[in-house]
Design a protein around this ligand. Structure first.
Ligand code: COI
Length: 356
């Protein structure tokens, strides 16, 4: 049998393993780490080029205690998904967008980054090596987590002398414990996620540590997550801890404009295009928090959350409910078109999917 892997020598024992389905309970996958077979690693010195990436067995990695990522948070991550089609082939969704976003983040964080081709090739190799972990159609997806970190030792504050690009994967189902049921959000008006001129617009690891305090407090009160406001006026919507937000009123769908403090989500961008193709008017602008009061529907988008309907938002003690139960009609329509496209169930006129 011809191996599909570039690094066939490393993977001499793996092809038969990768060609079957892993022996796990595929129903009711949540969003937690399931260790898989292989991860991808590639290194580069500061200012140099990445080369000689390779797959290795999934497991712990070694880092110098003085690594830039551990001491000064010089790290970025990405998230994308692979779906198994009915014919057994696998579809990736817009991987080059993740590669480009990682490169933009690396520029902001003074890090070396893989090229778009290196990134996409590495994602393909990692998914194929872990093929048996891609859930059967309709059961979920394989979440792909590329990391870029300052792995070289540095004591005085400076860019690390070495960078590591790593990809690991895990089969996942729904992100929120609510499943596809609507989530309940609370608007946070004291703590902020991002500041103008800061790093809110790139996928650096520190942005996610920064939201844990507000998120934990919200969860302790029974909310699913937190919706952040801009830190200057404390008035305009920004995003939820792990996803972007959309507000629906009639035929108009509004979402906060990308202006440096909001993560430019790939699902966000795709939903904007899908909504326009479905005849909706989409506005990217400043969205005042007051607009939540008379919205018809609110929903969130992200790679992990896909499209999640919002059932209620609480702001300064007032709870605003949306809809009766389940998805609102607009969120349902957009979710359905996007996911059918991602799973290869409808024609990909946008040319967004990459088949393996
Ligand atoms: C994703 O949606 O892929 C993300 O990176 C968000 C993360 C907090 C799960």
């Amino acid at each position: 049998v011809k191996s599909p892997f570039k690094n066939a020598a490393v993977l001499s024992d793996s092809y038969s393993e990768a060609s079957e389905l892993a022996d796990i309970e595929w129903d009711n996958l949540g969003f937690g780490l399931l260790p898989t077979d292989y991860m991808y690693m590639m290194k580069c010195s500061q200012g140099g080029n990445f080369s000689k990436g390779e797959l290795q067995r999934f497991g712990n990695i070694e880092l110098n205690p003085s690594a830039g990522v551990l001491n000064y948070g010089q790290g970025l991550f990405e998230g994308l998904k692979a779906y198994r089609k009915e014919d057994g082939n696998i579809l990736l969704f817009r991987p080059e967008e993740n590669a480009l976003r990682m490169r933009q983040g690396a520029e902001r964080m003074c890090m070396s980054a893989p090229t778009v081709d290196q990134f996409v090739e590495a994602v393909k190799e990692t998914v194929l090596a872990n093929k048996r972990w891609v859930p059967p159609p309709g059961k979920g997806s394989l979440y792909i987590r590329p990391l870029l970190m300052g792995s070289g030792a540095v004591l005085g504050l400076a860019p690390a002398p070495e960078y590591t690009f790593l990809i690991y994967v895990s089969p996942v189902g729904n992100y929120f414990k609510e499943g596809v049921a609507p989530i309940n959000l609370i608007v946070e008006h004291e703590l902020h996620r991002a500041t103008p001129g800061g790093t809110g617009g790139v996928k650096t690891i520190g942005n996610y540590a920064a939201v844990l305090k507000a998120q934990s407090a919200a969860k302790a009160k029974g909310y699913s997550d937190v919706l952040y406001l801009d830190c200057v006026h404390k008035k305009y919507l920004e995003e939820v801890s792990s996803c972007n937000i959309f507000v629906v009123k009639g035929n108009v769908i509004s979402t906060p404009a990308i202006k440096g403090t909001i993560l430019p989500g790939i699902t966000r961008k795709s939903i904007i295009d899908v909504a326009r193709s479905q005849g909706f008017q989409v506005e990217e602008r400043f969205v005042p928090v007051d607009e939540l009061l008379d919205a018809d529907e609110v929903f969130c988008t992200g790679t992990a959350v896909v499209v999640s309907p919002v059932g209620s938002i609480t702001y300064k003690g007032k709870r605003v409910p949306y809809g009766v139960d389940g998805f609102g009609a607009v969120a349902q329509q957009l979710y359905s078109v996007l996911t059918r496209l991602q799973m290869g169930l409808i024609d990909d006129k946008m040319n967004w999917t990459v088949e393996l």
